[in-house]
Design a binder for this molecule. Structure first.
Ligand SMILES: Cc1ncc(C[n+]2csc(CCOP(=O)(O)OP(=O)(O)O)c2C)c(N)n1
Ligand SMILES: [Mg+2]
Length: 285
């Protein structure tokens, strides 16, 4: 969907003590951290074997076994959760907290309160803004006075922009930021510039994109450019990559069928309340 390089590059540099809070669009982060794909999809479909027993659904995945403290449907929620985690890790003396959030979240109160708190208390935390250019149907330019990086810099936090379409660039920037926080130098901030190809949710008219914009971003697709670099620089063959791709596709097909077959959780309605199974998981993670 255009954003794969951000979570993949970031999570590739994390260590066992590090803990991540992500947005409702957190499925890539969850997979990159090691969540079993079957348990992830079963959760998205509200099935019992899901990673949260089928009770969290698509937007609120938690996988403590794989360092994911939570995905948050509330815009900016991951900033608050990760900042609390950063405080706990500082007290414990090990680990770095990671906050993944969208460009829309920099307009929430959480952003300002938490960045200020993290800076004055020198928390071990990396804030990574996944700037996919839009919050629902509103462009980042239309919504963000002064831009994202200058806001972070106003707190005196070490900040850099990174090409979010390039998994190696994200990995290198994330490595520097995480290592710096790990060595006790306080928080860091990354703005990963990327793009969402698909609609925000069902019913999105997609009328807000500028002409030619999608094509320009698609030319820099993170998966296609990673493939190209693996062949040109790392000397993998096209056949090797095709084999990997077809193995992954087969695995996903198997997981999809198994998850659709899995039972739904038995949820007992509270006395006097009617339980409605309204699986309105419309946001595209
Ligand atoms: C506090 C709050 N306000 C509004 C919403 C409705 N809402 C859901 S997603 C979204 C846009 C989020 O945009 P962004 O932070 O850029 O993340 P992206 O969807 O682009 O990954 C909004 C406003 C919400 N979930 N939470
Ligand atoms: Mg966005």
């Amino acid at each position: 969907m255009g954003q794969e390089a951000v979570s993949t590059g970031l999570c590739s540099v994390l260590q066992r003590d590090d803990l991540v809070a992500a947005t409702y669009r957190g499925h890539a982060a969850s997979l990159a951290l090691g969540t079993d794909p079957f348990r992830l999809l079963a959760e998205m479909l509200g099935r019992e074997p899901g990673v949260c027993g089928g009770r969290a659904g698509s937007m609120n995945i938690i996988d403590r076994e794989h360092q994911l403290v939570g995905c948050f449907g509330i815009v900016g929620g991951s900033i608050a959760a990760a900042t609390g985690v950063g405080l706990a890790l500082k007290q414990k003396g090990a680990g770095v907290a990671i906050a993944i959030f969208g460009d829309g979240a920099v307009n929430s109160g959480y952003f300002h309160e938490c960045l200020n708190f993290a800076c004055v208390t020198k928390l071990p935390i990396v804030y990574i803004c996944e700037n996919n250019q839009y919050a629902e149907f509103s462009s980042v330019e239309a919504m963000t006075a002064g831009g994202i990086l200058p806001r972070a810099r106003a707190f005196g936090i070490k900040s850099e922009a990174v090409d979010g379409m390039d998994v190696w660039a994200v990995r290198e920037a994330a490595y520097r930021a995480v290592a710096d926080s790990r060595s006790g130098n306080g928080p860091s901030f990354l703005e990963a510039r990327t793009y969402r190809y698909n609609d925000h949710a069902r019913g999105d008219p997609l009328e807000y994109r500028r002409e030619g914009e999608m094509e320009a971003w698609r030319d820099r697709d993170p998966l296609l450019s990673a493939r190209k670099r693996l062949v040109e620089e790392y000397k993998m063959t096209v056949e090797e990559l095709d084999d990997i791709q077809s193995d992954v596709s087969d695995a996903i097909d198997a997981v999809r069928l198994a998850a659709l077959d899995a039972p739904k959780p038995h949820i007992t309605p509270l006395d006097g309340l009617e339980f409605k199974s309204s699986a309105r998981a419309t946001n595209r993670g």
